[in-house]
Every structure is written in structure tokens, then in C-alpha cells.
Design a protein around this ligand. Structure first.
Ligand code: ADP
Ligand code: MG
Length: 344
């Protein structure tokens, strides 16, 4: 999890790269090691196995003064389900490890698991084990999810090539708007009011996100996408991962970013550009993916037939182009990484 960095001199991504350089070893059975949404290993005859794990710490990833335990569990499972979705895999089995502080009771842990399993039941994922410990301070939750794809067929962050179109599923920015609604009370007297239905929609998008498992399976099985990542940290940061791994650049058309009516209405109440929410906001758990131009029509047709919302938001450019935003009424600008700032 790249979100919510601890206040320490350690920087997450440089640390991971250093660990990878020093300790990762190549093997024919490791199809994808460190560096993607999930690892892919070849241990079964017909399938590749997809593995992802996340560690959540109280006070860093969640605050039990404001978040219900069921929602902590639900969102933790959904984050892992989303990583598996981004590989185009079917999520199958779950391992959960917890370190429980003295302040929690058995009933609290049951609530946490209710949330976890509510997310997993939607995808027929089975709990198969874990580990339990006491914690001196704070709740720790570690989740490992195992999935499968057909051997030889997975969606990676690498694979985007110059000229590919950049697409995103669903709408983006909703989760950040929902988080702000839950945590801030900023509204000037003159600003318009947000309709209760919009408010509910945005808060629900934050508390009850949906991993795009069906969409990931479709993109992978129909061999439509050349690369994919899930939007867990925010488009401005996650697009960078696709570009780095694929050694390409990208132009994002800000005017095309898919915004829900509720997100637009919320931005208006705050006097901000909703595109900033869409670029910065993490935890939408939509999929960002690239498609070769020759497959675009087929992609759009199939998406319509299946009822999947997808939007073209940009195009893959050479690496020297960098990552820029474009709009009709202004010059192209480098896209700064604004994701994760809202967790500061
Ligand atoms: P996500 O946000 O999708 O959960 P991360 O940014 O946490 O992904 O991880 C990026 C990559 O680095 C993944 O391949 C992950 O398995 C790997 N990784 C993260 N932390 C470690 C670690 N401590 N040791 C080895 N690999 C790690
Ligand atoms: Mg991810």
C-alpha cells in the first residue's frame, strides 16, 4: 500500500526498489515479482497463481475513532480484490492476520471479519487461514489474497506502447470527495448546498468501494488491454507506475476524466475544479488500462454490451514526452503527483 505514509525518513518506493535490487532473485517460476499490483507465479499446470498482500496499521491507514471496524475490514479486502482485478485474475482465497490491542473485544474482531467477508462474498472468495497475535498498541491487519489466471494470460503494468489509448472504468474522484465529506466541514455561506443523495453517493463510494473484478477478467480474457493498474493511490500517481514499467509517457485529457454528477456538484460547493479530485483521489478502485488503437471499437462495443462504463482519458506517448495533462483551452502541462496528499 503506497497510501498514508508514516512520518519517517524512510521513503516507501525507494525502499522497495532497494529491497528488490538486493534480495529479489529471478526464477522461471516467478512470472512477475516485485513491482506490479500482484505477484504472478507458475506453480500449477494450467494456471498462473496471483498473490497480493497488504498491511494496515491503526492510526496510519484507518482511525477507529471515526471508522467502524466492519468498514475497515471491507475496505481492506476490497483493496486486495482490486489488485487481483488489475491483473485480470479471478480472486479465490484469503488469509488474514491480525494483531489485537488490549482495547478491543472479541465482538470487535467479529465486526472486522463481517466487513472482510461482506467484500469477499461478493466474489466467492474463501477465507482459508491467517494468524493472530496480541498488539501492545493499535490494531494491525494483514491480508493476503490469492487468485488465478489462465497460464500465459495476465494484465501487467508493463505492456503499454506508444499510440495506445488510455482508458479508465467508472468515475473517479468520488472516494476522495466522500472522504472529505466525512472529515471536513468546510463550506462558505454563499456556496451551493450538496443534495443529500449526492452526499450519500459520495460517502458510500468511499466506505463501500467496488473492485472491478468482472471488468478486469473481461479485459484480460478478451485480450483487449495491453496494460492495467488499479486506481488505489490516485490517477496522477498510478499512471506513473504504468509509464515507468512500460517505459513510455502519457498525455491525459483532463476534460475527458469521468466525473459523477455528485462529484461535480461537490466540487462546486467547494469552489474547486473536480478534475483535481479525479487526478489526486485514491481509493476509487477503478481500473486504468491501455488499449491498442485497432481494438478500440471492439472494446467500446463489448463494454456497452456488458454494461461496463469505460472512458478514454488520454493516449500513450514516448517516454521523452513525460506525463502531461492536455486541454483544449490551455497548454500541455506536466502532471504532478498529487495523489496521497489528502492522507497527510
Ligand atoms: P499496492 O499499492 O498496489 O498495494 P505497493 O505500492 O504496496 O502496491 O507495492 C508495489 C510493489 O512492491 C508490489 O509488487 C509489492 O509486492 C512490492 N512490495 C511492497 N512492499 C514490499 C516489501 N516490504 N518487500 C518486498 N516487496 C514489497
Ligand atoms: Mg495496486
Amino acid at each position: 500500500m503506497a497510501r498514508r505514509k508514516a512520518a519517517t525518513a524512510i521513503q516507501e518506493f525507494p525502499l522497495i526498489r532497494q529491497l528488490q535490487r538486493r534480495f529479489e532473485r529471478n526464477s522461471p517460476s516467478v512470472i512477475q515479482g516485485i513491482g506490479d499490483d500482484a505477484a504472478v507465479v507458475s506453480i500449477l499446470p494450467g494456471d498462473w497463481t496471483v498473490l497480493t498482500t497488504d498491511l494496515l496499521a491503526e492510526g496510519v491507514h484507518f482511525d477507529l475513532r471515526t471508522a467502524a471496524l466492519a468498514s475497515v475490514g471491507y475496505r481492506a479486502a476490497m483493496a486486495n480484490l482490486s489488485d487481483v482485478a488489475a491483473m485480470g485474475a479471478t480472486p479465490r482465497f484469503l488469509l488474514v492476520s491480525i494483531a489485537i490491542p488490549p482495547t478491543l473485544r472479541t465482538a470487535d474482531v467479529t465486526q472486522l471479519y463481517r466487513g472482510l467477508m461482506q467484500a469477499c462474498d461478493r466474489y466467492d472468495v474463501l477465507l482459508i487461514g491467517g494468524d493472530t497475535s496480541a498488539s501492545r498498541q493499535g490494531l494491525f491487519l494483514s491480508i493476503t489474497l490469492l487468485g488465478t489466471v489462465k497460464r500465459g494470460q495476465a494484465l501487467f503494468r508493463h505492456g503499454a506502447t506508444v499510440g495506445d489509448s488510455l482508458y479508465v472504468t467508472g468515475t473517479i474522484g468520488d472516494s476522495l470527495a466522500g472522504l472529505q465529506l466525512l472529515t471536513k466541514r468546510r463550506r462558505t455561506a454563499r456556496s451551493p448546498r450538496l443534495r443529500p443523495a449526492d452526499r450519500r453517493f459520495l460517502i458510500n463510494r468511499h466506505l463501500h468501494p467496488t473492485a472491478r473484478v468482472q471488468e478486469g477478467l473481461w479485459l484480460n480474457q478478451a485480450r483487449l488491454a495491453t496494460s492495467a493498474i488499479d486506481l488505489s493511490d490516485g490517477l496522477s500517481g498510478d499512471l506513473r507506475h504504468i509509464c515507468e514499467q512500460s517505459r513510455v509517457g502519457a498525455a491525459v485529457d483532463v476534460a475527458q476524466l469521468p466525473l459523477s454528477p455528485a462529484c461535480q456538484a461537490y466540487a462546486e460547493t467547494q469552489g474547486i475544479d473536480p478534475a483535481t479530485l479525479a487526478l489526486a483521489g485514491g481509493e476509487d478502485y477503478e481500473l486504468l488500462f491501455t488499449v491498442a488503437p485497432r481494438h478500440e471499437r471492439s472494446l467500446e462495443r463489448q463494454a456497452r454490451a456488458r454494461g461496463f462504463q469505460i472512458t478514454k482519458v488520454g493516449v500513450i506517448r514516448p517516454r521523452t514526452f513525460g506525463i502531461q495533462t492536455t486541454s483544449i483551452d490551455g497548454p500541455a502541462r506536466p502532471l504532478p503527483v498529487t495523489s496521497y496528499q489528502h492522507f497527510r
